[in-house]
Design a protein around this ligand. Structure first.
Ligand code: NAP
Length: 265
């Protein structure tokens, strides 16, 4: 299937490693032109160089902390100016610290930070990108969330509350923008092999006094597919949602989770 991504311009946030990096590589392989952002320039440059070398795509880099509203607007506007358009936005960021109410029973600061990192960054990236999409009457917004968005978790309290907000935000936006040719969807990754996952495994092992491998083993047992995902499996689905082929899909929150989420929707 031709995804129709040739010459589309995409901004992929938090894309120097992990899920964002995999999505950037996939969009580039489909012929899109990219801007990728993250905070550390060195890792970002290395990712861009790898993507250029393996796909021949044009990839520009913008150092940007997605929690800084002014930086986000600058990064998006610069991208649209450089390439003359912006068609696709993938919102993404790092994850907040793991733990439940026992770890976060005192004070609001960790909650504020998590909302800034995972909810408000989605809002500011979208606010900056949508005017550029409106100009061409075509756009795709895909928000990276988490399985915790659909299935709140006692070990991921901060992530759970911030991601639920993202699902509500994207649903409302999808309804408002559908008539303008702009689709807005969320994706909810399950356990996927990245640095973030190994940080979560380390924290979980520490909390329970067990080895990290035992944590992975438990996760594999719990996942109906009986394995952890490869980031490429996640990226394939995101590329589809960002494509011409998904033109009538909007307002969904799609799990890419090997079956671990137990809810109907
Ligand atoms: N992997 C999983 O199994 C899984 C499952 C569910 C949900 N998620 C969520 O999916 C998202 C991506 O996860 P991942 O596994 O790809 O994480 P990762 O491997 O740790 O990669 C995080 C990426 O985000 C960038 N980043 C972090 N904070 C940023 C910020 N404030 N501004 C801009 N860039 C930032 C990092 O680069 P810099 O550090 O240089 O900025 C890096 O490129 C996270 O929110 C995570 O919680 C992951």
């Amino acid at each position: 299937m031709d995804l129709g991504l040739k010459n589309r311009v995409a901004f992929v946030a938090a894309a120097s490693t992990g899920l964002g990096r995999a999505v950037a590589g996939r969009l580039a392989a489909e012929g899109a032109t990219l801007a990728i952002c993250a905070r550390s320039r060195q890792t970002l440059e290395a990712a861009a160089e790898e993507i250029r070398a393996s796909t021949g795509a044009t990839v520009s880099v913008v150092t940007c902390d997605v929690t800084h509203e002014a930086d986000v607007r600058r990064a998006i506007d610069e991208t649209a100016e450089r390439f003359g358009r912006l068609d696709i936005l993938i919102t993404n960021a790092g994850g907040p610290p793991s733990g439940g109410f026992a770890q976060f029973a005192d004070g609001l600061e960790p909650y504020r930070k998590a909302l800034e990192l995972n909810l408000l960054s989605t809002v500011s990236l979208t606010q900056a990108a949508v005017p550029h999409m409106r100009r061409n009457g075509w756009g795709r917004v895909v928000a990276v969330t988490s399985l915790s968005a659909k299935q709140p978790s006692t070990s991921l309290l901060l992530s759970s509350i911030a991601r639920a907000g993202v699902l509500a935000f994207t649903k409302v936006l999808a309804t408002e923008l559908a008539r303008e040719g702009i689709t807005v969807n969320s994706v909810c990754p399950g356990f996927t092999l990245t640095e973030r996952l190994s940080e979560l495994a380390e924290a979980e092992a520490g909390r329970n006094g067990i080895e990290m491998e035992a944590v992975y083993e438990q996760w594999r047992r719990d996942i109906p597919a009986k394995r952890i995902a490869d980031p490429a499996e996640f990226a394939d689905v995101v590329a589809f949602l960002a494509s011409e082929r998904a033109s009538y899909v909007t307002g969904v929150a799609l799990a890419i989770d090997g079956g671990i989420i137990k809810s109907l929707y």
